[in-house]
Design a protein around this ligand. Structure first.
Ligand code: ADP
Ligand code: MG
Length: 923
């Protein structure tokens, strides 16, 4: 019998694995919005999104509502890694009847305790350290609440003998705050109830500190918070006490019940109810059944009833009763005391097993309880006690293993190292508890390695920590918002940008205003988009993108096929003489033709030349200015086609027939137009940014003729160069602009395009570091280096949505930055703000374009396609979406689709050449 009883109390490893799996399932159920209400493990969001980092400083008040007491506590933190907080306590007994009385009376009483405690705590320094004269208070309220903010929690139901009226359904933080405000003589006229209760709390200004309830929390959370110190965050806490519970830092996006989506949030698992749906039935023993039946809440908290110290003695008692019935123990003596509920306490159990030397002490304890044990009884009782305790520890370990594995999975880590704060009677009283926790959780979650940290007074000191962290986060949030505010554009800002773009467009088109417009609106002499019937072989050149390329493009009924070769233009040539540059280009063409074995052929050539040109014909274009790092001499003001022809002559290459010079934006529009006849806009968002569109000839004041349309190369990158956008440039933008080779130029481009976004982010990070908002203010020399933070980092960082921010940390490590988890979250926010602004500005520009086209054509609704190219648009995870959404808002009467261009500069140049040849041959 004794063996059978012991066996039923020991759970095989495979069964623990299964239980761990169930626990994880239940956790997921509790976290999901759909299944949350049915979940037994409730996974309550706590709105605590950070653990202490040791810089917390100041005075914090805690008030804890206990069973029959109110505990007040004042904690002073020194910002020293929380090594030596100073604490003062006072405990107040609650008057009889208050637990069943009016809610208002309860909260008034709590407020009085606070006031009185403060009155007695007369250290004159105490009001220092916190900004203003506001004394923050953390409220430990151990009842089930629906929390929606750190300082907002509706009571769902009372328990533990409380039933005050008028509280359920109300925000308990608000109730406490109102009660405190009634008390606070500094808040209004002097209260008559307390005689100068605020003495010693006067600040220099003679004001009383105002107590503000900053956080409400459950006690488990406090345990986690007390165990965190500088450089050693504690992200899991377990309370193994009368009840049992666990909380941990979950990935916030998994916590669907809370609005937070970035970073982490502490989740209060409330795992005591695990098993209430029957998942533990096959390991529940008859003794557990009896304990449950005799409890005040049969069928509930099944897990807690196997592991909480409120129940362990009872389990032992029922086991002994059973064994006694089976004549396995106490056969000789009267065992009626065993029928008394609560006679056997957890302390008895602990005393029995903690006593290794002989049975004398065991015997003494059993006799004290009222039993007359034989030597054999003593041994058997001890065995049972060990089994019950061991099982409690094992089950705790299994629950913990579930949480650890879950954390490791959701953080997408192969290995998790984590600190676990532990507190409670069982942990402190049962010497083997930690050892069992260690070995069992190691077996069940070998991928996780844990360090257990003992916590003392989690509910008190921890509550102060929660409060302190909340304040630190609030202050940080304020500062972060201040830094980022200038980068966040309102709808009004965007409307204004759109209007300005429209105004600059008109000026760029006007004959007399053209010269002074910041948006140049250059005619391209491309008057038709393709119709899809174009045919033939063409050569194309692509200069001005990331690579210089020579292409052979074949247009046929089957579509477009291309061969291309990339050639390097060394910086010495980019910045050397114009002759050398064009000689190099012709050399590359010759090389390409040789390779393709087509030296003998003379094919029409389209030249994609992505720099601002004043075009005077399709094959005649004066370079206005170099951009993108080019600065070859003797080119600006000259006809680029002519420069190319002259180089061909120098190289004695007779077979070059340059038909058209095309901007890459136009090429993009043409390439997309080949597939979609509605494509009448081209957009580039890559290294730089630009757009083109089909304008009515009658509106183009700079070219003779009123018939038909012409594609206008807007050169919108220069938008704002005349100062019209100054209002939206931030200090970061100005710093970035100053460090470029063309300060004051291409101002719009510098807000939008790939060449600059990384730099803007870098400037923001530097300022945030300076303000101690990042990296705890630690030096980061590498971040000082120009271009160390390329725009592709934005894509990587923003892509890690909610998931473990591993990528961010990898990037940061590359930059030799020692970033905390919160640093990563903040960096992502910075990237998001910068890329969102870029997309919105781009949309505002595009809105001006589509609205103009719509008006040109006198349409109520315009339906049109934008051909797009550029790596930023194509690869950034949110840019295109943000752009499209903003455009919809700004131009609601236009129905705009976006078509990605594939190799627009190559195809486009050939198509322009083809359309031109067709026109020339009069077809
Ligand atoms: P170009 O505009 O020179 O023809 P691209 O359209 O390929 O060339 O754009 C290149 C630019 O795109 C780079 O300068 C860089 O700023 C940006 N970029 C590169 N990779 C990414 C990425 N993964 N996400 C966002 N931007 C990127
Ligand atoms: Mg390009």
């Amino acid at each position: 019998q004794i063996q059978r009883a012991l066996r039923s109390l020991s759970i095989p490893l495979e069964r623990l694995h299964i239980m761990k799996g169930h626990m994880i399932q239940d956790m997921c159920k509790g976290l999901s919005r759909e299944t949350h209400t049915q979940a037994k493990v409730r996974m309550l969001p706590t709105y605590i999104c950070s653990t202490p980092n040791g810089t917390e400083k100041g005075n914090f008040l805690v008030v804890e509502l206990c069973q029959s007491q109110v505990r007040t506590l004042l904690v002073t933190l020194y910002g020293d890694g929380n090594l030596s907080p100073q604490m003062m306590y006072k405990i107040f007994d609650m008057p009889e009847g208050i637990r069943q009385g009016e809610g208002e009376a309860l909260f008034d009483f709590i407020a009085q305790c606070v006031t009185q405690f403060l009155a007695e705590t007369t250290s004159p320094d105490n009001s220092n350290g916190n900004s203003g004269e506001c004394l923050p208070l953390g409220f430990v309220f151990p009842f089930t609440c629906k929390q929606t903010q750190l300082d907002k929690a509706e009571l769902i139901s009372w328990s533990k003998g409380f039933s005050c009226s008028g509280v359920v359904g109300n925000d308990v933080v608000q109730l406490l705050q109102s009660a405190i405000n009634k008390q606070d003589p500094g808040g209004g006229e002097a209260s008559s109830r307390w005689l100068s209760p605020w003495k010693g709390w006067k600040s220099s200004a003679g004001q009383h500190p105002r107590v503000q309830v900053v956080a409400l929390m459950n006690d488990t959370v406090g345990t986690m918070m007390t165990c965190s110190t500088e450089g050693r965050p504690c992200e899991v806490a377990m309370v193994a006490d009368k009840g049992s519970n666990c909380c941990f830092m979950a990935e916030a996006y998994m916590v669907e019940m809370a609005e937070e989506t970035s970073g982490r949030m502490c989740v209060n698992t409330e795992w005591g109810c695990f098993g209430d749906d029957g998942t533990l039935n096959d390991i529940i023993t008859p003794f557990d059944e009896c304990v449950d039946q005799e409890s005040y809440n049969p069928g509930e908290k099944r897990f807690e009833k196997m592991v909480g110290t409120l129940y362990l003695g009872e389990i032992v008692r029922h086991a002994l009763l059973y064994l006694n019935n089976e004549k396995a123990v106490f056969t000789e003596s009267n065992t009626s005391v065993l029928k008394e509920k609560g006679i056997f306490t957890t302390q008895h159990v602990l005393d029995i097993i903690n006593n290794e030397d002989g049975m004398v002490e065991v015997k003494r304890i059993l006799e004290f309880i009222g039993l007359q044990p034989s030597e054999r009884d003593c041994g058997r009782v001890q065995q049972i006690c060990r089994a019950v305790m061991g099982r409690a520890a094992t089950l705790h370990a299994t629950g913990l293993a579930a949480i650890l594995s879950y954390m490791c999975q959701t953080r997408e880590m192969e290995q998790l190292m984590v600190n676990v704060g532990v507190e409670g009677e069982l942990y402190e009283g049962y010497p083997r508890f930690e050892e069992i926790l260690h070995s069992v959780s190691r077996l069940l979650s070998p991928e996780c390695s844990t360090t257990f940290l003992p916590s003392r007074d989690g509910s008190g000191r921890g509550a102060a920590m929660v409060t302190a962290v909340a304040l630190r986060m609030q202050a940080q949030r304020r500062q972060v918002n201040e830094v980022l505010a200038p980068l966040r554009l309102t709808r009004a800002d965007l409307d204004q940008v759109q209007a300005l773009m429209r105004q600059e467009m008109e000026r760029g088109l006007g004959k007399s205003t053209h010269a002074s417009a910041s948006v140049r609106m250059l005619p391209t002499y491309v008057c038709h988009t393709p119709d899809g019937t174009e045919q033939g072989d063409y050569l194309a050149l692509d200069l001005g993108g990331t690579n210089f390329r020579v292409l052979l493009v074949r247009l046929s009924e089957e579509g477009i096929s291309m061969l291309n070769e990339i050639y390097v233009i060394p910086p010495s040539i980019m910045q050397g003489s114009g002759e050398a540059l064009f000689d190099h280009i012709v050399d590359c063409i010759i090389n390409f033709q040789m390779k393709q074995n087509m030296m003998m052929q003379t094919l029409p050539l389209g030249f994609t030349f992505s720099f601002p040109c004043q075009q005077v014909g399709l094959d005649k274009a004066l370079l206005l200015t170099w951009t993108k790092g080019f600065s070859a001499s003797n080119c600006v003001g000259r006809d680029v086609v002519q420069l190319l022809r002259e180089a061909a002559e120098r190289k004695q290459h007779a077979g070059l027939q340059v038909v058209a010079l095309v901007n890459d934006t136009v090429g993009t529009m043409m390439a997309c137009g080949y597939d979609d006849p509605k494509c009448e806009i081209g957009l580039i968002v890559g290294t730089g940014t630009n757009a083109c569109y089909m304008e009515e000839m009658k509106n183009v004041g700079t070219v003779e003729g009123d018939q038909g349309r012409m594609c206008i190369n807007m050169e919108w990158g220069g938008f704002g160069d005349n100062g019209c956008l100054d209002r939206i440039f931030t200090d970061f933008d100005k710093t970035v602009d100053k460090s470029t080779i063309n300060p004051g130029k291409q101002r719009f481009e510098k807000l939008v395009s790939g060449m600059y976004l990384g730099e803007i982010v870098r400037q923001i990070l530097l300022v945030m570091k300076e303000k101690q908002l990042l990296f705890q203010g630690r030096a980061c020399t590498k971040l000082q280096t120009k271009n160390i933070f390329p725009t592709k980092f934005l894509s990587t960082i923003e892509l890690s949505n909610g998931l473990a921010l591993r990528q961010i940390r990898a990037i940061l490590q590359e930059l030799e930055l020692d970033a905390s988890f919160e640093d990563s979250v903040l960096m992502r926010e910075v990237c998001q703000v910068v890329s969102l602004r870029a997309a919105q500005l781009c949309a505002a520009g595009l809105a001006a374009v589509v609205e103009k086209i719509r008006e040109n054509r006198g349409l109520n609704q315009l339906s049109c396609t934008v051909g797009v190219d550029g790596t930023l648009y194509k690869l950034h995870p949110c840019f295109s979406k943000n752009l499209q959404n903003t455009l919809k808002e700004l131009a609601p009467n236009c129905d705009i689709s976006f078509l990605l261009s594939e190799d627009g500069s190559g195809k486009g140049a050939a198509l322009v050449a083809a359309v031109a040849c067709r026109a020339a041959s009069g077809q």
